[in-house]
Design a protein around this ligand. Structure first.
Ligand code: GSH
Length: 230
């Protein structure tokens, strides 16, 4: 099998890029990667011809071009069926897929008002007044979801379903947001945050983000200007 090649946006800011990259690392598959600076004219033009949804991440593999984070993760899980990206138990697997789908489609207030930034922390950041109630509701939902999942399925390890898997890849950039913006969580959810932050592939991604040497001005102006970028 030739190596899949994943194309990524800036590691410091691109939450969607982080997710399938983590899944690829966790899969054990050898892969190539290219990180590109988002929003430059060259990148926009590259995406227009190389990514079906004109966004990062996009995976190229033997002529197949696949976009959408959750679909890339599913493909990676199928390429590496023994890597355990999804739980082996059918009921746990169904819940893991439901959680991942909810993450892929949901939590818009958190995504819009707490952009990923892996080089800085904004502990005093205040979510804009108009979004505060929605953000609080979505943070509470996330906390309950992580805590409930850990209680029900997480006995064999520190992650949502015990060992590090696809659902954890989906939530990892929310964990980093909660660290970046110093969000208060229950002790159980906080323990999950600590586990994700200590996970070696997560640490590897964050280390790369901190040295990648690409900056997008609007992100660096936080918290005065919060752009929409999930
Ligand atoms: N639904 C897409 C969302 C991808 C997305 O929004 N990617 C952002 C980076 S995090 C992007 O490529 N932005 C660049 C642009 O919109 O030009 C997915 O699941 O992969």
């Amino acid at each position: 099998m030739s190596k899949p090649h994943i194309y990524l946006g800036n590691k410091a800011y691109s939450s969607w890029s982080m997710r399938p990259w983590l899944a690829l690392r966790a899969s054990g598959i050898a892969f190539d990667e290219t990180t590109m600076e988002m929003f430059t004219p060259e990148t926009v033009s590259w995406l227009a011809t190389n990514s079906p949804n004109k966004k990062f991440p996009v995976l190229h593999h033997d002529g197949l071009v696949i976009a959408e984070t959750i679909a890339i993760i599913e493909y990676v899980a199928e390429l590496a069926p023994h890597a355990g990206l999804w739980p082996t138990d059918i009921r746990a697997r169904a819940v893991a897929r439901a959680l991942s789908a909810e993450m892929h489609a949901g939590f818009p207030a958190v995504r819009q008002n707490m952009p990923v930034h892996l080089r800085k922390r904004f502990p005093a950041y205040q979510v804009p007044e108009a979004a505060r109630a929605d953000v609080a509701t979505q943070v509470a939902r996330m906390d309950a979801l992580w805590t409930g999942c850990r209680n029900q399925f997480g006995a064999t390890g520190p992650f949502l379903f015990g060992s590090f898997g696809a659902a954890d890849c989906m939530f990892a950039p929310v964990v980093t947001r909660f660290v970046t913006y110093n969000v208060s969580l229950s002790s159980n959810a906080h323990a999950y945050v600590d586990a994700i932050m200590a996970q070696p592939f997560v640490s590897e991604w964050i280390a790369a983000a901190q040295t990648e040497g690409m900056e997008i001005a609007s992100y660096e102006q936080l918290p005065d200007h919060v752009p929409f970028l999930a």
